[in-house]
Design a protein around this ligand. Structure first.
Ligand code: EPZ
Length: 418
């Protein structure tokens, strides 16, 4: 078990390069078993979600090696189509393995991923879409068993632009017989990255980034070496850290457009933002005005994965703010921890009513999930006094070397083993 000890009040200066996107690397690892040839994914962040996905691939019989930051996957001898429940629980997003297992083996089985700390997270959209491609699905005692004679292209309509369901459909349709047209697709940059990865393997996918994606099934896919898109949520977390602490930093590797409304909201807080190609520079005096309202929406709206971080920013700003979380039912579990730091926030359902108190104070707080944990760290960096942030395993799932990168920007933060 580790904790962070953070001395608040330091301004941040310097530059930081974003890691490869966790939410792109995970579907790319799932896609790697679509070919029996070797796949290399470069610059993969050393985060525990990647390690969990590597375990899932090994459990299927694939050989997975880490060479520095590159991951080399050789699934020629993969023969198992079932994912153990321990790993499905560990990594909910493993559910999009169903699509690639069905493409490879025409069979797939996994435990029902179940809910987690941010919501119920059902998978009805995934399963209904797979049925449209000819998959028979049995659900019993918390297990899902899928099988099909063959995968047949079809028209699919998603009632909600689910990221995971969109990825599952691409993975299942890419080697199906005939063409699939997906309406109502998620438009996140990570979907575009998956399309580029699959097409580099010889697939015929087009339209990612819009709400209509066409997938023309091909017979087989070749190996590939690929560098994923950078992590816009990690980049946004650093920008919010600088807004809260004050100072001036430049984040590189991410296009400002991929951050949805974040840059517009940071300007509303009183920060200066300058973007050029894949560089984003932020300057902040540290004394911020609250955002009147922030609503999370599917891309290109405000990212739900930055909701906790901007709530922490508003908690220590001046004025009032209404945060509305439209994607997940219970994505405010970090709020009681912020209140220990002096925040004045009232949560009612999907709404968080924030009264900015100008400055938070240090406290001992615990992470309950990945992005809520990041929010507590950012709040502690800007607070008066010393904080201790416990249960870092949640943060280590998605942020590689978070404390090292923040300390390099001037933060007083160190990891202590307890
Ligand atoms: C992906 O999760 C991301 N995870 C999440 O990031 C992100 O918050 C989310 O997309 C939204 O952007 C990965 O990419 C690994 P969804 P996913 O399916 O695919 C409902 C992080 O912090 N829904 O777009 O699970 C669901 O309950 C993580 O990095 C259904 O109702 O998200 C939720 O309310 C957290 N039925 C909404 O859609 C379904 O079959 C959005 O879910 C599927 C989803």
């Amino acid at each position: 078990m580790d904790k962070f000890v953070i001395g608040g009040g330091r301004k941040l200066y310097g530059s930081v390069r974003a890691q490869s996107a966790k939410n792109s690397v995970l579907p790319l690892l799932a896609a790697s078993i679509l070919t029996e040839n070797t796949v290399v994914i470069r610059e993969t962040p050393p985060i525990t979600d990647v390690a969990s996905m590597a375990e899932i691939l090994r459990g299927l019989g694939a050989e997975v090696r880490f060479c520095g930051e590159d991951v080399v996957i050789d699934s020629a001898h993969a023969a198992n189509h079932s994912i153990p429940s321990s790993l499905t629980r560990e990594l909910r997003s493993s559910v999009f393995m169903l699509g690639s297992l069905l493409s490879r083996f025409h069979r797939a089985a996994c435990a029902y991923p179940g809910g987690c700390d941010i919501g119920l997270r059902p998978i009805d959209l995934h399963l209904n879409a797979l049925k449209r491609l000819g998959v028979k699905i049995r659900e019993r005692d918390g297990f899902i068993a899928c099988e099909c004679e063959t995968l047949r292209g079809n028209e699919i309509v998603l009632d909600f632009p689910s990221v995971g369901a969109t990825e599952n459909i691409l993975l299942a349709a890419v080697k199906a017989e005939g063409t699939t047209v997906l309406y109502g697709a998620a438009k996140e940059p990570e979907i575009v990255d998956l399309q580029n990865f699959l097409n580099a393997m010889g697939a015929r996918v087009q339209g990612a980034g819009t709400d209509v994606i066409g997938i023309e099934g091909v017979k087989c896919l070749r190996g590939v070496e690929y560098t994923p898109v950078k992590d816009r949520i990690e980049a946004g977390s650093f920008l919010i850290a600088c807004a809260i602490c004050g100072g001036e930093i430049e984040v590189s590797g991410v296009d400002g457009k991929s951050l949805g409304l974040l840059l517009h909201k940071l300007r509303e807080n009183g920060c200066k933002i300058h973007t050029k190609n894949d560089k984003i520079k932020i300057t902040s005096g540290g004394r911020l005005k609250c955002n009147r309202r922030i609503e999370t929406m599917p891309y290109p709206g405000f990212p739900t994965d930055l909701q906790a971080q901007v709530t922490a920013l508003n908690a220590g700003a001046s004025g009032d703010s209404l945060i509305v979380e439209n994607l997940f039912e219970t994505r405010y579990k970090y709020v009681p921890e912020l209140i220990k730091m002096g925040a004045d926030i009232e949560v009612r359902g999907r709404n968080a009513f924030v009264r900015g108190v100008g400055k938070l104070h240090g406290a001992t707080v615990s992470c309950g999930d990945l992005r809520g944990g990041a929010a507590l760290i950012l709040a502690a960096l800007g607070a008066e006094g010393v904080s201790e942030v416990l249960d870092l395993s949640h943060v280590d799932r998605g942020y590689a070397g978070f404390e090292r990168k923040l300390a390099a920007l001037g933060a007083d933060i160190r990891r202590v083993r307890i």
